[in-house]
Design a protein around this ligand. Structure first.
Ligand code: NAP
Length: 487
């Protein structure tokens, strides 16, 4: 499969180029090699995408929910058939190992398209009885939704936004991150192949400026954004200035609590999954691991042993468990946090350097890194690092740890390991987070809602809840009797 796309943008059911757009290189993060170049969309391309999406919307929203659902399910089947090729493309663009991209990317987008494909003909309103008639409500699409995605899971991001949006009858224009422009174009091709009318799902490339043009375009009715809190605040402010609806899926600094009665081996596995999967580039990661002081030695001994076993290497090798970070820029950012941790007096327990990997010297690789002796006020314990850097902290009491876990502006996820189910539910009840895991971490399916409390977001993706964020309610009053004279 050629990695260089036919053209940069996919608008109105076909590839479109704008020769004057700023070139953006996509690099294979394991070697730094340029694998494709796309051009940023300017205002004219954004206008063209909005015009195409409007036409697509008119046709799509007039179709029955069942017909829309069939298209989404057909797209899911094509994604699954092409999973191997799409996994390799995602590995080349993000640097994440094939072990992951085979199960968490196109496959997850397919799950989501299937879930919302099945729901497209089941979107219901209410009926309220009245004295001389009745009232009913309908869920109607907004029109054109903009999707703006992050670089960690590009096709998953696009699938999670497109599936509920399209199920509700909207059209979408999606802008992937400039760092990972490739796989979302494939999703657009596949939706066309599955029978989506031209213009229903469009992809435009570009940096933040293009995202801003899209979010601020008067023809766009809803903005669904995945990215960092600082960018989310800006995008939300510009959408709010035009009273647009928004979904904001933002960053986190999630806590994991390991009580003294936990199954320590499972807790260590949870902490590893919640810190080193995708080289730590996961929004829900439990980068603050609170371990009860009486089990700390046991926890650290197992943590160290299992972390040393992680196979770092070429992400194209099916045996590789951890690939590079997505870019040199992200590598520099993560390394600067490791330096900050050392400077603030945390103990570098493991890692902290660059692994020696013959033939991959130019890749943005980093060792899985663990700090102990971390205090809550240190930058590494407060700010989202978005790399494989785990902070382990000890605690003595349940009240103390819940208060410390909640002492953050973020509220995306949280986890707790304990064999006492009452203690587990009591803790989940008190944790300020949109997602709580009991005795596991970072496992997702598309059936439950996904999203954050506090600065980690607004709205929900996935689950029945997503329908509320991709549709608006119309109330219809029906009067069945002749009206009595009013005056
Ligand atoms: P980011 O820098 O905030 O960028 C996100 C997207 O916004 C990119 O497509 C970016 O384009 C675009 N953008 C930048 N400035 C913009 C502006 N002024 N107006 C409109 N769009 C703009 O985030 P990232 O570094 O790609 O991703 C990492 C972050 O995403 C982390 O904080 C992570 O926690 C978060 N995340 C959250 C979730 C979730 O579901 N909660 C999931 C995944 C990731 P460029 O890339 O071209 O700058």
């Amino acid at each position: 499969m050629p990695i260089q796309p036919q053209a940069s943008h996919y608008i109105g059911g076909r590839y479109i180029e704008n020769e004057t757009g700023e070139p953006i290189d996509s690099r294979f993060p394991a070697t730094g090699e340029v694998i494709a170049t796309v051009r940023a969309a300017d205002a004219a391309i954004v206008d063209q995408a909005v015009a195409a999406a409007r036409k697509g919307y008119e046709e799509w929203s007039a179709m029955s929910g069942a017909d829309r659902g069939r298209v989404l399910c057909a797209a899911a089947r094509i994604l699954r058939d092409r999973n191997e090729e799409l996994a390799m493309l995602e590995t080349m663009d993000t640097g994440r190992p094939l072990q992951e991209t085979r199960v968490a990317d196109a496959a997850s987008a397919a799950d989501c398209l299937e879930f919302f494909g099945g729901m497209a003909d089941k979107i219901r309103g209410e009926q309220i009885s009245g004295e001389e008639g009745f009232i009913y409500t309908r869920r109607e699409p907004f029109g054109i939704c903009a999707g703006i995605g992050a670089w960690n899971y590009p096709i998953q991001n696009a699938g999670w936004k497109a599936a509920p949006a399209l199920a509700c009858g909207n059209a979408m224009i999606f802008k992937p991150s400039e760092t990972t422009p490739l796989s979302t174009l494939k999703l657009a091709e596949i939706l066309t192949e599955a029978g989506a009318p031209d213009g229903v799902f469009n992809v435009i490339q570009g940096r933040g400026k293009t995202g801003q043009l899209l979010a601020e375009h008067p023809g766009v009715e809803k903005v669904s954004f995945t990215g960092s809190v600082p960018t989310g605040l800006k995008v939300n402010a510009s959408a709010a200035s035009q009273l647009k609806h928004t979904t904001m899926e933002l960053g986190g600094k999630s806590p994991l609590i390991v009580y003294d009665d936990a199954d320590i081996e499972s807790a260590v596995i949870g902490a590893l999954l919640g810190n080193f999967y995708s080289t730590g580039q996961v929004c829900t990661n439990c980068t603050r691991v609170y371990v009860h002081e009486t089990v700390m030695d046991q926890f650290l001994a197992q943590l160290s042993e299992m972390t040393r076993r992680i196979r770092i290497g070429d992400p194209r090798d099916p045996e590789t468990q951890m690939g590079p970070l997505v870019s040199d820029t992200q590598l520099a950012a993560v390394m600067s946090y490791i330096e900050a941790g050392k400077a603030e007096g945390a103990h570098l327990f493991l890692g902290g350097g660059r692994p020696a990997l013959p033939g991959l010297e130019d890749g943005s690789f980093i060792e899985p890194t663990i700090f102990t002796g971390v205090r809550d006020e240190m930058r590494i314990a407060r700010e989202e690092i978005f790399g494989p850097v785990m902070c382990v902290m000890s605690f003595a009491g349940d009240e103390e740890v819940i208060e410390r876990a909640n002492n953050t502006a973020f509220g995306l996820a949280a986890g707790v390991f304990t064999k006492d189910l009452r203690r587990a539910h009591r803790t989940a009840d008190r944790l300020q987070a949109g997602i709580c895991w009991i005795n596991n971490f970072n496992v997702y399916t598309v059936q439950p809602p996904f999203g954050g409390f506090k600065k980690s977001g607004i709205g929900r993706e996935n689950g029945f809840a997503a329908i509320e964020y991709y549709s608006q309610v119309k109330t219809v009053f029906v009067h069945l009797e002749p009206l009595a004279p009013a005056y």
